[in-house]
Design a protein around this ligand. Sequence first.
Ligand code: GLU
Length: 466
Amino acid sequence: MTVRTRFAPSPTGFLHVGGARTALFSWLYAKKHGGQFVLRIEDTDLERSTSESVNAILQGMEWLDLDYDQGPFYQTERFAHYDAAIEKLMEEGLAYRCNCSRERLETLREEQMQKKEKPRYDGHCREKHVAADEPHVIRFRNPESGDVVFRDHIRGDVRFSNSELDDLIIRRTDGSPTYNLTVVIDDADMEITHVIRGDDHLNNTPRQINLLQALDLPVPEYAHLPMILGDDGARLSKRHGAVSVMQYREEGYLPDALLNYLVRLGWSHGDQELFTTEEMIRLFDLKDVNRASSSFNTEKLQWINQQYIKESDLQHLAILLAPHLQERGIDVEVGDHLVAVCEAQRERARTLTELADISRFYYEDFEEFDPRAAKKAFKGEAAGALRAVSAKLAALSEWQRDPLHAAVAETVDALGVGFGKVAMPLRVAVTGGAPSPDLDLTLWLIGRETCLRRIDKAISFIESAA
Ligand code: GLU
């Protein structure tokens, strides 16, 4: 049997964290078993589905590199399949037309609530033979007795009594099929072997199994993933910050880091926190998914992101950083220089946005010197030291780290002062006081023209303050 999993989002919003985790677990399970992963867009709710949302979902999947072997399939293009199934159920007497009015259903509901019963349709139209030309919905004739039992990969044995289920609507008055019907037809047509989805769908599963059985279709295996909560214990929602996974991109998260974080939301492998994609595929198993809900923790996500920034291939990091600098109006290209900036700065950043912010001074003149750094560095003979070192730097034939280092050392010797008396003002002059790597590397990265200009500015600053 080839394992086939699917991700079946409804395009009524962005790809959010919960959806991305469902997609990831389904993707991992398929990859692990050398199977296939299918993307299906459940867009039959015409009022709430939008093409922007479809695009946002596809974009999110692409950013996370969750590639699919088949799809995207769109349910709105598959109405003929649903109609055929509904016809079949009608012919076999397993479905019936119902024309109960809204008022009748409302009264029924109120009565049941008063009797402390679970509100459910009472089968009023089962034997009524409502005519086809009257406005009606079609209901599935759910078995009246017995239990629906299935083994969930995460929750173990799950049992529902048919007496708790009612005859669900499979076609609305406007002729459109409903969720539970479309899902079972698609899962069967797409030969899905494992349905991995959020546990908010657990109550749908017995209905879907009954439908599958009525249609003589194979019942897949199920795994219902526990909820993700926000740090306040409530179900993760917009209130907790990022809505869309693309927002994490804007905020400077690496897609691999987000995947790594998501895989740990409910799944664990010993105490290991960091996983390459290959490790995730190899180690992931549904049986290790936690039964309890997990909490979203931004600090942990930041920590994981920081580890990825520290360990990533530098060229890759430069490619990811470039758009963040460009957004800040810095005209930067991916090349040796940007790679060197990444190498020099990455220890100090948790996100790409932080990395962009702390790297700005390499490209862009700062407004003013950090007052504390300036106070410390620009005192005594600082202006003289800066003049001397500036002359040396200006005269260098090569703007490279070794000659830069030598120029500073020679200035120190010529002035007969300690290294810091030259290095400190020079560093603050060119960086404004921002944390920076070795002095020769800092000078090299900033470039000759900018360094000399900034040194002049520092000298004027010191002299105007004197
Ligand atoms: N379309 C459903 C949703 O977005 C998922 C259906 C399923 O996975 O069975 O919640």
